[in-house]
Design a protein around this ligand. Structure first.
Ligand SMILES: Cc1cc2nc3c(=O)[nH]c(=O)nc-3n(C[C@H](O)[C@H](O)[C@H](O)COP(=O)(O)OP(=O)(O)OC[C@H]3O[C@@H](n4cnc5c(N)ncnc54)[C@H](O)[C@@H]3O)c2cc1C
Length: 527
């Protein structure tokens, strides 16, 4: 599949080349190819291999931005959240944020509650109403929370991605590829020059060949790397990025209640315990960094563990030995060129708005900032930018969203005996397969029908089954075991490393994925 796409990329001239296969690149490809444009997408790592695999997995209206009076940002994010809830009812789900406030918090509890009511209003009352929590209610409903220093709290609603951010990105990528996008992962743009067309020199890190790609328009969706890419292409912009590092630690599930436990950490920012399958994801940090990629430091780990141990009544404090996996990314935050960032700047209050900058003469568009929650706006705005560059097309409503075939799938899956298979923290197998594969799920059913052993789960910590690996090998451009374990599924996040390393079923999955190269890929991942 890869080599055919690489060949097509070299042979054709595209209307648009998108550089970057994170959420912004993926929505751009989905919206533009659905509107009839010929689209190429180039990603230097795996799809969603950078920032878009390191988020908090929240689809939220940004309640915390009310504190910095960014009402229009919250209004827009709430609208995007609601739209994603409607269009992805299986994978974007409402969840309660069970918030505990410490005594002496910077705002009175009633004021924070009024903020949550305003937030509910700005969310067009689309979720359940907020609720004030007394200390006694917190003790009764979530005894895990240490309320010794608490003044009570509140509960409000937002949404989370039931699977993983990277899987969410892949849903857009799959939709884009179905509409004709030629997308290649492990394909790095190393040179971009403009003649009458944009000419890209692309290093295919898999085949070790250089590919020449041509397009009329260049969209820079390289996330935190956008400034570097603009430098490489001699494009001068009015915006630039600064970076804030965010770390999460994943530990065995701390509470069986399906809610996000919300606190304010010692540095004053929101701090979450978010359900992630049979695990809990704790974080995050927010610290300025200058260089990429950012890495998790001992200081980050200590900050997260200390903060959570102070706020929960655990039988035994969490230590590094409890950490199953770590996530670390940088938030690309937008600044105007020339605007200073001083040591006195409140980093946590820097605006999270995105910016799209178009250079008409060069037919070049840069995307700065953005959030997973904001993705539909970015897809639409890029379509309009292409119109201003003279491309005519129509953006139909169906460039995103879950397909309407779930009922038929459930019937067929139950007839095959998949009904009733439950996995801790993930709901039923049927539900998860639908969320992750949408229409492609029928191919997975056909595989199971032809070989029942493909129903074997690869690890006790998750419901991922062998049939998914056979499907991935054919359709999901998996080049390395890490692509399958960390991004197409979230096994690498929720299953302990040793459990995976000792799983004979995963060995078989690796053989199904990589055939004669299975040993090499196994060694590459585990050693
Ligand atoms: C800790 C943290 C928590 C967050 N939590 C949330 C949240 O809960 N909800 C939310 O909505 N948002 C959240 N965000 C924000 C959100 O994750 C990011 O804004 C979003 O993922 C950025 O997507 P992107 O496509 O712009 O960048 P990326 O995902 O970084 O994609 C850019 C891609 O470009 C590729 N690239 C770069 N240079 C080249 C080149 N020369 N050739 C080819 N490819 C190239 C990179 O490899 C990369 O994959 C969070 C961010 C962080 C860091």
């Amino acid at each position: 599949m890869r080599s055919k796409i690489a060949q097509e990329l070299a042979e054709e001239t595209f209307d648009v080349a998108i550089v970057g296969g994170g959420i912004n690149g993926a929505v751009a490809a989905a919206s533009l190819s659905a509107s009839g444009l010929k689209v190429a997408l180039l990603e230097k790592k795996d799809f969603a291999g950078s920032t878009s695999q390191e988020s908090s997995n929240l689809v939220w209206g940004g309640i915390k931005y009310l504190e910095s009076y960014e009402f229009s940002l919250v209004w827009d994010l709430c609208r995007s959240r609601n739209e994603l809830m409607k269009k992805y009812p299986s994978s974007v789900r409402e969840i309660r944020f069970f918030t505990t406030l410490q005594k002496g918090f910077r705002k009175p509890r009633i004021m924070v509650f009024m903020g949550a009511v305003l937030y509910w209003f700005m969310g067009r009352f689309f979720t359940k109403a907020p609720r004030l929590l007394s200390k006694e209610t917190i003790n009764a409903e979530e005894p895990l929370v240490d309320t010794a220093q608490s003044q009570g709290g509140l509960e409000y609603s937002d949404c989370y991605l039931r699977d993983n951010d990277a899987r969410f990105v892949f849903q857009f990528m799959r939709r884009a590829m179905r509409s004709g996008t030629k997308a290649l992962n492990y394909a790095e743009v190393v040179k971009a020059t403009k003649t009458d067309l944009w000419n890209f020199e692309v290093m295919d890190h898999e085949s070790k060949q250089t590919i020449q790609v041509k397009s009329k328009v260049f969209i820079n969706a390289a996330g935190p790397y956008a400034d570097m890419l603009n430098q490489l292409s001699s494009i001068k912009t009015q915006h630039r990025h600064i970076f804030s590092k965010g770390v999460h630690l994943i530990v065995p599930r701390l509470t069986d209640n399906k809610r996000v436990l919300t606190f304010f950490a010692d540095d004053g920012r929101l701090f979450f315990v978010i359900p992630m399958g049979a695990c809990s994801c704790i974080g995050t940090t927010d610290t300025p960094v200058q260089t990429l990629p950012a890495v998790v430091t001992d200081e980050d780990r200590t900050f997260i563990l200390d903060n959570i141990n102070k706020r929960l009544k655990l039988a035994k404090p969490l230590t590094r030995a409890d950490v199953i996996s770590e996530r670390c990314g940088v938030r690309p935050l937008v600044k105007k060129v020339g605007e200073k960032v001083g040591v006195d700047d409140d980093w946590m209050n820097l605006s999270r708005k995105h910016a799209i900058e178009t250079h008409k003469a060069e037919k070049h568009i840069s995307v700065f900032g953005g959030k997973l929650t904001d993705c539909l706006n970015i897809g639409r705005e890029l379509f309009h930018e292409l119109n201003t560059l003279g491309f005519k097309g129509r953006l139909t409503q169906d460039w995103f969203g879950e397909s309407p075939e779930r009922a038929r799938f459930e019937k067929e899956a139950e007839a095959l005996g998949l009904g009733g298979i439950q996995v801790a923290g993930e709901g039923t197998l049927i539900d998860r397969l639908w969320r992750c594969y949408d229409l492609d799920v029928f191919e997975i059913l056909a595989l199971i029908e032809s070989d029942k052993t493909l129903l074997d789960a690869v690890s006790p910590s998750s419901s991922v089954i062998l049939a998914e690996f056979v499907h991935m090998a054919k359709r999901e451009m998996v080049s390395h075991l890490e692509d399958a374990l960390r991004r197409r599924t979230r096994l690498a996040l929720v299953a302990p490393h040793e459990e995976l390393a000792n799983s004979p079923v995963l060995k078989r999955a690796c053989a199904l994925l990589f055939k004669e190269n299975a040993d090499r890929e196994w060694q590459r991942y585990f050693h």
